[in-house]
Design a protein around this ligand. Sequence first.
Ligand SMILES: *Cc1c(COP(=O)(O)O)cnc(C)c1O
Length: 385
Amino acid sequence: MSDFSKHKFGTKAIHAGADPDPSTGAIMTPIFQTSTYVQQSPGVNKGYGYARGKNPTREALQKNIAALENGKHCVCFSSGMGATDAVMRMLRPGDEVITGDDLYGGSYRMFTKIYENYGIKFHFINLTDVENIKKYINKNTKLIWAETPTNPTMQIIDIEACSKIAKANNLILAVDNTFASPYLQNPLALGADIVMHSVTKYLGGHSDVVMGALVMNDDKLHEQIYFILNSCGANPGPMDCFLVMRGIKTLHLRMERHCFNGKKIAEFLKTHPKIEKIYWPGFTDHPNHQIAKKQMRDFGGMISIVLKGASIEDTFKIASSFKVFSLAESLGGVESLINHPATMTHASIPKAEREKAGVVDNLLRLSVGVEDVEDLIEDLKQALA
Ligand SMILES: *Cc1c(COP(=O)(O)O)cnc(C)c1O
């Protein structure tokens, strides 16, 4: 296995984990579409027993994602929620978790509708003020779950500051790095213990796979997470692993363009008369801009806008009148998407909670793709008109 740990991001994206197949020289990692492996004698095998536990295509992808996060270990799951679920399964009844008040809707749903039933307590607090965290730590606290940038209001949480508090109190810090992707932000380097990705988004990048991943340095933590994967079975299939490896080969190119287009569109929308508010961490007047500058390489292509004086009907009308942007959940693919969080991605959060976090009925979220930015701006112009 060649070592690409000293290489730069784009080289790692293309080569890490992707050694030519030793049996044929095939440059692309084969899709090992198999459920089991033949043993020489009982218990004697080539390191592979049954494909829930291990699959060579998955292992190649895991090495690749670990390299992109400068991490030692990666475990892939059948979805981002599968990955999040594996972290929660490390907890016991009575344990407490401190997390943000602006979370991916599915994470909020899992925490409140599944894990609260198992006796785990969640504190949903404003993590942009890290001092706030200290007030909620007690002897039962085990985990801080942070998402940054947050979805959809693009708050930025200071990962390094969170990690100092986590370390001082012997807590695990897990960071949902989906919105940033490993190209823009590497939480392990900032002191996080676990990085979670919805691989479905920027890593896959082509809106054709649902997958999740956890990356960590600690061997014990990896052992625990792998045990959960193998015991509970949220493993991804080999075909999906192959597609994601193929997607990642252009991650650095796509991200450059997402960032370029994102900036142009954010600047266009900022002065548009129909926009009341815009959330994008690249603006110097964004409340957490300095932290974004410190911990991210660029500001990405995720932008949320609040439409001035628009009723929910007006908002629906605008959301439905795009020609290049598609109205859909999800993000991070090559094609531009528009989403109405209140009724789509964040519908599982009660209205009052949602509005407290700024997810109002006239908010739209844009996932800016890698099309030609002039066409995207024209599309926004006509839809807003
Ligand atoms: C999509 C998403 C998830 C969930 O991932 P799936 O792959 O859809 O299960 C978690 N966190 C964030 C920030 C997401 O955008």
